[in-house]
Design a protein around this ligand. Sequence first.
Ligand SMILES: *[C@@H]1O[C@H](CO)[C@@H](O)[C@H](O)[C@H]1NC(C)=O
Length: 261
Amino acid sequence: MSRRPVNSSRRYGDAGGGAALFSYSKSRSPPFISILLIVLGALLIVAYFHSGSGRSGGIKEPVTRVEGDFSCTFEVQRTIPILKKAYGDSMHKVLHVGPDTCSVVSNLLKEEETEAWGVEPYDIEDADTNCKGLVHNGIVRVSDIKFPLPYRPKSFPLVIVSDALDYLSPRYLNKTLPDFARVSADGVVVFTGFPGQRKAKAAEVSKYGRAAKLRSSSWWARYFVQTSLEENEVASKKFSQAAEKNSYKPSCQIFHLRSYH
Ligand SMILES: *[C@@H]1O[C@H](CO)[C@@H](O)[C@H](O)[C@H]1NC(C)=O
């Protein structure tokens, strides 16, 4: 929210600078030069609008990607067909944990014979009617993931987490990640950003309490060993095979972990 005023004031500043420059050249140069400048300016404006209209017609990529504000929650939805191949029947009952979980749950529910639940770790004041409905029906819960999830052991074959662990310090990760392994029966899939993928934003800090800390794959590998979480090798392998077949290149790090037995 605080970004807007900053941007617009900067833009006014630019316009002022341009105007000053223009009048400066006007006062010192013969009139034909200023006419030339006006013609040149008009041409630039025409060229700008032409390229602008071409661009808005062509690109259908999500705007968030262009701005560098990449979301692994969006990546989960793109990956559903691959996950189905890797996890088979386990995909019939899924818990998704992460911001904007309503969108993931809604998409999963569109799949055949699929039950889906969601845990939204942050306040959702701006939820749409669909999301409010999911919360009202108890399909999506708003719950602080620093504390144990309100589910019994092995409640879901599969737990999928996106963009949520990046906001937790190791102290809380130590509790939260094993809790996902507890409530799942066949595995936990973790989607997390690559380091350097996303810059910390002021808005993000105010919403999540801290900026996302995107950790490297070696950091995660070491972390899983420390916390006795094992890689789900069978699922990992199936996932890579399905990804290769569909020419799918993940834009996030994806880890396949085993549940506790
Ligand atoms: C997290 O757990 C691991 C393994 O039990 C331990 O080595 C590490 O010190 C813990 N980290 C924090 C910050 O509590």
